[in-house]
Design a binder for this molecule. Structure first.
Ligand SMILES: [Zn+2]
Length: 228
């Protein structure tokens, strides 16, 4: 099973994909990780990427595609990939589709975590960290308890880029760039919406249910549904 997970920044996509990777024994493919790895290995391609990044340019789709092909063609990861943060645009989605076909694979399901801008704003602008112990909180959803001796109000700090303008901008960029990609997968009937505004466990169970069906794990319980 190959999976794509979509969700705006602050939707909890990272947490959920970690859970899924463990439960379903998948390989998490994030282009950021692939690029960093290549840079660290100092391969010919890695050095090329370093100079592109240093010059402030964006790494081309060609380079990204060849990094992705390395993973897709690897037998260890055959039909075991979860794509996180990729594809970001329509041409990447089409490329990925062709690439998977070449290796006799496909995308089986696209999970879209749905979270409203309002909730995202609170998740991002409410994020604080205790400067004494490093624990993180959210002033809206998970404030420090009253009797906490360490993490008092005066020690709670915000990150500069955790402000509302940045949150809105990131959300809009996400919406605009992923919309055509989602339409592409909707036409293939692959998109499943998951409410990302509930708690982590509920979200995880919902995603798990969808993936279990794909894996055929539920066949043993309700085989008749799949026979006809
Ligand atoms: Zn503290």
């Amino acid at each position: 099973m190959n999976v794509i997970i979509f969700g705006p920044p602050g939707a909890g996509k990272g947490t959920q994909s970690e859970f899924i990777v463990k439960k379903f024994n998948l390989f998490k493919l994030s282009t950021g990780d692939l690029l960093r790895e290549e840079i660290n290995k100092k391969t010919t391609l890695g050095l090329k990427i370093t100079s592109i990044v240093n010059s402030g340019s964006l790494v081309s789709d060609d380079i990204i595609n060849s990094l992705i092909e390395n993973i897709v063609s690897n037998k260890n990861y055959n039909k075991k990939i979860i794509f996180d943060g990729y594809p970001r645009n329509l041409s990447q989605a089409e490329n990925l589709n062709n690439l998977l076909i070449n290796y006799d694979q496909k995308i089986d399901i696209v999970i879209r975590l749905k979270v409203s801008l309002d909730v995202i704003k609170k998740r991002i602008t409410g994020r604080v960290m205790c400067s004494k112990c490093g624990k993180t909180y959210n002033t809206f959803f998970n404030p420090p308890l009253q009797n906490n001796q360490c993490c008092k109000k005066e020690f709670l700090q915000k990150r500069d880029d955790d402000n509302e303008d940045v949150a809105i901008k990131r959300f809009q960029t996400y919406e605009e760039s992923t919309e055509p990609v989602l339409q592409y997968y909707k036409k293939m009937n692959l998109v499943k919406d998951v409410n990302g505004e509930t708690d982590i466990d509920t979200i995880y169970r919902k995603i798990s249910d969808y993936l279990s069906v794909i894996e055929g794990w539920l066949c043993r319980i309700t085989p008749y549904k799949y026979i006809f």
